[in-house]
Design a binder for this molecule. Sequence first.
Ligand code: ADP
Length: 262
Amino acid sequence: KIVTTDISSLTNDIRNFAKEKKIEIESLNIREEYRREFLGNISHELKTPLFTVQGYLDTLIEGGAIKDKTLRVKYIERASKGVERLIHIVQDLDMISKFEVGDLNLDITKFDIITEIQNVFDLLEMKADAKNIILMFDEKYISPIHVYADKDKIQQVLTNLVMNSIKYGKENGTTEISVEKINKNKVLVRIQDNGDGIEQQHISRIFERFFRINKSGSREEGGSGLGLAIVKHIIEAHNEKIFVQSTYKKGSEFSFTLKTSK
Ligand code: ADP
């Protein structure tokens, strides 16, 4: 079998020779390579939670755990967490694939970004509390600040970024959001933390799907390396920009622009 990335470069001699010898020619273009890598990553990501679920269920079935109420509840809860994680990964993958085939329409409406930030803080407050992280909002500009964007998707952007600031934030640290007008038609939303920070050599890759600096650490935190890829897709689908600045061991700042008029 001949595998080539550029089938058009094969001469007729090679084609005839391959035919004579019954050698199969396979074209492996860049997209194909990319697809294989993607599939490999997906199966790897799904395997971990699937084995977790299977592990707990097997222990319940085979062992005495099913008879013990406390153990039973504990194992079922853990299996359920694994299923929750699988659902989450599949939803993320679904969204990424829709973006990548250009099959995702934005539903642009006018809404108050400050209210959305507050909603995301409410949603993640317990997670922040668990690490004693304070979620702060710099209210330089008084609510409301109306923006034109897809509200659900921007909520997802905020959730992913604030969630990361908690996951990679330090105990007793802070996450601070600010919204600044940068000109007549745009605001810049900034999410700053004083956590792990990102080493310079990794910064250019963090928006790639499945890229994680500390794979096991991220997975323990429920990460699959898809969050920032989704964030970038969403912001770019709005024709807006996303920025990152980070100092290793000091903290990170992610920021993105949004329109304030049509
Ligand atoms: P994950 O599911 O691993 O959190 P993301 O795509 O959201 O995936 O992030 C990719 C990687 O970028 C993370 O694994 C982490 O190493 C790094 N990262 C993201 N946000 C931060 C942050 N606020 N501080 C430090 N590192 C971060």
